[in-house]
Ligand binder design. Structure first.
Ligand SMILES: C[S@@+](CC[C@H](N)C(=O)[O-])C[C@H]1O[C@@H](n2cnc3c(N)ncnc32)[C@H](O)[C@@H]1O
Length: 257
């Protein structure tokens, strides 16, 4: 049989740079290690508070039960717990959230916030890689990931893992930056992303490069139609997406049926 002469090394994007796939996670971890203590403030500053409305739309779609019916959500790449707290506050006594994130610094900020808000019973923070979850099959009623999937080196693996740990009838919801297609707004958005965000990042966190990466990673993320195909390829059904704020963000949805 003819031997392939291709190198076994796989490359991927880290912002605008091309890096070995195996190196991306470490670089992403450095970014979130550096910004963890200012992460929530930066979200408000960068999005002008809009991230709250986007997360509200996600929570509305999660639709946790208001009563004491058992409902267990897995929030992947859940960082400092923002989505988890909103879901617990929207749901009833049976609503619990497991936040899974690879970064110990983001989780530490999240645990502290949970204590301050009295959510330390309902929300659990666990360190883990979205590509290789340590949870049993069909454990969760719903799986969410907000602004996390574009940081994961092997997106397909994270999608199959989300599918595996979901119960039959459960829903996967993913909030992610998307593609602005409204003429005029697209140019303004580019200008804002590449000129303003890294400057705010430098002023607030002292790490301009981290925010340069974050805006570049948005540009490299697949367009929503292609990402919806990836969700379908992981096994999900009734796959759809809803663009918000002229396409700055999209809420993707798929069901395990
Ligand atoms: C932009 S933050 C989003 C945090 C939170 N979901 C929110 O919306 O505020 C991205 C998060 O993805 C996490 N992350 C990156 N790669 C990951 C992986 N392979 N598995 C789990 N989490 C990961 C980072 O540590 C970081 O906390």
């Amino acid at each position: 049989m003819a031997k392939s002469h291709h190198s076994a090394r796989e490359d991927t994007h880290f912002g605008e740079k091309t890096v070995p796939l195996a190196d991306k996670q470490g670089l992403v971890d450095d970014v979130f290690h550096s910004v963890a203590h200012r992460y929530d403030l930066m979200n408000d500053l960068m999005s002008g508070g809009l991230h709250r409305a986007w997360k509200d739309a996600l929570v509305t779609a999660v639709n946790p039960p208001k009563g004491d019916r058992d409902f267990h959500l897995l929030d992947l790449a859940g960082g400092t717990g923002d989505v988890a707290f909103r879901v617990v506050e929207a749901g009833g006594a049976g609503t619990r959230v497991t936040v899974c994130d690879i970064n110990a610094d983001m989780l530490a900020v999240g645990r502290e916030r949970a204590r301050e808000r009295g959510h330390d019973e309902a929300v659990t923070f666990e360190q883990g890689n979205a590509e290789e979850l340590l949870y049993a099959d069909r454990r969760f009623h719903c799986v969410t990931i907000a602004f996390g999937i574009r940081n994961v080196p092997r997106i397909e693996r994270a999608l199959s893992e989300a599918y595996r740990v979901l119960r039959i009838g459960g829903r996967f919801l993913c909030l992610e930056f998307s593609a602005v297609t409204v003429p005029g707004i697209d140019a303004l958005y580019e200008l804002y992303s590449f000129n303003v965000i890294p400057r705010i990042g430098a002023a607030v966190t002292g790490d301009r490069e981290a925010y340069q990466y974050l805006v570049e990673s948005i540009r490299k993320f697949p367009r929503p139609e292609r990402f919806a195909d990836m969700i379908r390829a992981a096994g999900f059904r009734r796959v759809s997406f809803t663009p918000m704020t002229a396409g700055v963000v999209a809420l993707h949805s798929g069901w395990k049926l």
